[in-house]
Design a protein around this ligand. Structure first.
Ligand code: UD1
Ligand code: UDP
Length: 367
């Protein structure tokens, strides 16, 4: 049995979370693993592949500055026709909820190629939040053959949508596999943080926050930095122009606030480890930070990752000026409130998710 498995990655988080699966599949004698990079992200994708030693066999180089979602989708579908025709894979694996995932799932469906969805079943049940990710993952879920759900909660979401129990496997999230793989390596932030200062780490990029909500986030960050001169802030700014331009307009020039380019994966893990608290709207960071024992304030009103919120180590503060300032200040001032949230819990995985995914595929193809 020699089966061709095409693993698709488009953006930074897909590359991070798919890496453990690709590396595990490469050890399987029956699997001919091919990696397709749509390169919906360019630099942010390349640095992750470099870190994990992954070389895509095919690269669509699809990223253009600030391109519209419709254009991105249309260009992906056109290019995918040729790739799927040439590759004729026995199975395609996608990860997460980006436009790459949605377009690849649709193209594979048209080409009658079975899809495995890694990180299946995350839902807010609100199509506008996060936008467009909720729609992307629902579409991928409708079309997938294998649903690799990270948690029991995500399995329940899929069952509610009528997905057969036999098609769902709870695996844990591969983000924890990746985190543990990197923990063995020497990690440096590469930016000087005053050793005596506590560090507040920030990331933000959600499309539903573009405009006034993101300005509110920036105003809150500015107030926090001004009110806490003894605390260092570090914000690796996402390159999406809708974020980058506003972040620089509101937050440049503060003595205790570093705005920098996106950090490569290893330096970013080092920054998370060095941080006191993390303010973010990232999905992946909501999963990683609890495993590292770092309190997280989520700059969104809803999350598809309720497990850490339920355990009290992640709190939703919205893109809301007052809530962000109040909750972050509480964590900075009140040690018992801080300690209650700074517990190392890992509701999203045990570092063995990729092994479970590969085992399921091995069993399927052996039959
Ligand atoms: C995308 C995903 C989002 C995911 C996020 C992870 C979609 C619609 N959005 O959001 O779900 O959470 O990635 O980071 O799939 N850019 C660069 N260099 C890069 C990457 C991006 O300059 O390496 C700029 C480009 O101008 C690009 C823009 O960012 O057009 C937007 O990129 P895009 O992939 O469309 O959306 P993100 O906001 O990055
Ligand atoms: N990350 C990184 N550098 C950064 C910010 C984040 O390497 O400057 C990593 C982070 O560790 C996590 C992933 O990128 O694994 C999350 O990606 P992002 O926030 O862009 O997307 P999301 O998870 O929200 O889809």
């Amino acid at each position: 049995m020699n089966k061709s498995i095409l693993c698709v990655i488009g953006t930074r988080p897909e590359a991070i979370k798919m890496a453990p699966v690709i590396l595990a599949l490469q050890k399987e004698p029956w699997a001919n693993v091919r990696v397709l990079a749509t390169a919906q992200h360019r630099h942010m994708l390349d640095q992750v592949n470099q870190f994990f030693g992954i070389e895509p066999a095919i690269d669509l180089d699809i990223m253009r500055p600030n391109q519209a979602l419709t254009t991105l989708t249309a260009r992906l579908l056109l290019d995918l026709d040729d790739v799927l025709e040439a590759e004729k894979p026995d199975a395609v694996l996608v990860q997460g909820d980006t436009t790459t995932v949605m377009a690849v799932a649709l193209a594979c469906f048209y080409h009658r190629i079975p899809i495995g969805h890694v990180e299946a079943g995350l839902r807010t049940w609100d199509m506008q939040n996060p936008f467009p990710e909720e729609a992307n993952r629902v579409i991928a879920g409708i079309l997938a053959k294998w649903h690799f759900a990270p948690t029991e909660g995500s399995r329940q979401n899929l069952l509610k949508e009528g997905i057969a129990d036999t098609e769902i496997l709870v695996t844990g999230n591969t983000v924890i596999d990746a985190l543990l793989m990197s923990a063995a390596k020497e990690l440096e932030i590469g930016i000087e943080i005053p050793p005596d200062k506590r560090l507040v780490l920030v990331t933000s990029h959600r499309r539903e926050n573009f405009g006034e909500p993101f300005r509110n986030i920036c105003r809150a960050l500015r107030t926090l930095a001004e009110n806490n001169p003894g605390v260092q802030f570090l914000y690796p700014v996402h390159p999406n122009p809708n974020i980058k331009n506003v972040a620089h307009e509101f937050l440049s020039g503060l003595p205790n606030f570093i705005l920098c380019e996106p950090l490569d994966y290893a330096p970013f893990i080092a920054a998370m480890k060095r941080s006191y608290i993390i303010l973010t709207d990232s999905g992946g960071v909501q999963e990683e930070a609890p495993a590292l024992g770092k309190p997280v304030l989520v700059l969104r009103d809803e999350t598809e990752r309720p497990e850490a919120v339920e355990q009290g180590v992640v709190k939703l503060v919205g893109p809301n000026y007052e809530r962000i300032v109040e909750e972050a200040q509480r964590l900075l001032d009140d040690e018992s409130a801080y300690r209650a949230m700074a517990r190392g819990v890992s509701p999203y995985g045990d570092g063995r998710a990729a092994g479970r995914i590969v085992q399921a595929l091995r069993q399927h193809f052996a039959q």
